[in-house]
Design a protein around this ligand. Structure first.
Ligand SMILES: *Cc1c(COP(=O)(O)O)cnc(C)c1O
Length: 360
């Protein structure tokens, strides 16, 4: 059986080493020493000045919307994971969808201005598969119309734009450290901002709004994470080079094997580099995609329609809306298995099966 993804697990001894300290200190959560150490090491690794380690990537998005005091409409992409949209609704704001751009599969920045109304307060865009949005263009639009910008960087760990961390863009950026992501702490998330006052506000929000043991500075929530999760994050940092190297090898192998496939891949921004978080392919038709998916499944190989369906016409709490490019891409896209434990031979097998379907 080949799953679409398999969380990376380090050698058990490497994790166990951290447990001894946790037992000695008896400090399990509430921003303990391991959580602080992880924040410090991640700042260094990602070359950013500020970040907060939080419960998960969804809470990170909710905290971002709350911290920026957003109330009205938020322009966003229909081609993302549900948390991008649900966080907007959960925080009492209204998502306004804009179609995606055909090459990058990110929100089409040239269509954003047409969606702005007097109630628009922000843009929340996803760096889909880690491929950067048009950050410069979006910044220009935001400045012109006095909007805030939040980036859902759940897929974008380690990505740089012109040598600078992708998380430095926008008023706030977030990341997910969920077990299925490129780099993980089992459950976990990160929030980034360059604005020190905003960072302080986010830190209050993360801890129920507490300002000392008996006073409150903000409306807060429990957005903290535990020492056990931080320990997994710390251990996994040591394997990151290994993980990235393997994912790159697998990706190159897929690319080589599938040159004759009638399908395309998202086109990566030239000023950036793939972090090999996913292996998505957009088939020419939904029919061919489904045939491949079924054939692989009958061979115990599992793929995922990611993202499908479009967030704009499936959520029971929103009026359905169609978008030409999003709907087409969502129907034809398939993510193939990609995880560090996958072997090159398994990739060869997957590709042979896919090509067999096409050439039959
Ligand atoms: C995974 C993911 C999230 C949510 O992150 P969690 O840590 O699972 O809460 C949000 N947005 C996107 C695009 C994701 O892929």
């Amino acid at each position: 059986m080949i799953p679409v993804t398999k969380p990376f697990l380090p050698p058990q001894e490497a994790y166990s080493k951290y447990l001894t300290g946790i037992w000695q200190r008896n400090w399990l959560t509430n921003m303990g020493p391991l959580a602080s150490e992880l924040e410090m090491k991640l700042k260094k690794h990602l070359q950013v000045n500020h970040l907060l380690f939080v419960t998960n990537g969804t809470v990170a998005l909710q905290m971002a919307i709350k911290a920026l005091d957003l109330k009205g409409e938020i322009i966003t992409t229909p081609f993302s994971f549900v948390a991008t949209t649900s966080s907007i609704v959960w925080e009492g704001c209204t998502p306004v969808f804009v179609d995606i751009e055909v090459n990058s599969l990110n929100i089409d920045s040239s269509k954003i201005e047409a969606a702005i109304t007097e109630n628009t307060e922000a843009i929340l865009a996803t760096h889909v598969y880690g491929n950067p949005c048009d950050v410069i263009e979006i910044q220009k639009i935001a400045k012109k119309h006095n909007l805030k910008v939040i980036y859902d960087g759940a897929h974008a760990f380690g990505v740089q734009i012109n040598g600078k961390s992708i998380f430095e863009y926008g008023d706030i950026s977030t990341c997910s450290l969920h077990a299925t992501k490129l780099y993980h702490s089992i459950e976990g998330g990160l929030i980034f901002t360059k604005d020190v006052a905003l960072l302080k506000k986010l830190a209050y929000i993360r801890n129920f709004g507490f300002d000392g043991p008996e006073a409150f500075a903000e409306l807060g929530i429990n957005g903290k994470n535990s020492e056990f999760h931080a320990a997994m994050g710390l251990v996994n940092l040591d394997y990151l080079d290994q993980i990235s190297q393997k994912r790159k090898e697998l990706t190159v192998r897929y690319d080589e094997n599938l040159v004759t496939l009638k399908a395309r891949r998202p086109i990566w921004k030239i000023y950036s580099e793939n972090n090999y978080a996913y292996y998505p392919i957009v088939f020419e038709s939904e029919e061919l995609m489904l045939k491949c998916m079924e054939y692989l499944k009958s061979n115990e190989i599992f793929t995922r329609r990611y993202f499908y369906p479009s967030l704009a016409n499936t959520l029971p709490y929103l009026e359905p809306m169609d978008f030409e490019i999003t709907d087409k891409v969502a129907k034809c896209i398939l993510c193939l298995p990609l995880y560090p434990d996958l072997s090159l031979e398994e990739v060869d097998l997957i590709c042979r099966l896919i090509l067999r379907v096409q050439n039959n």
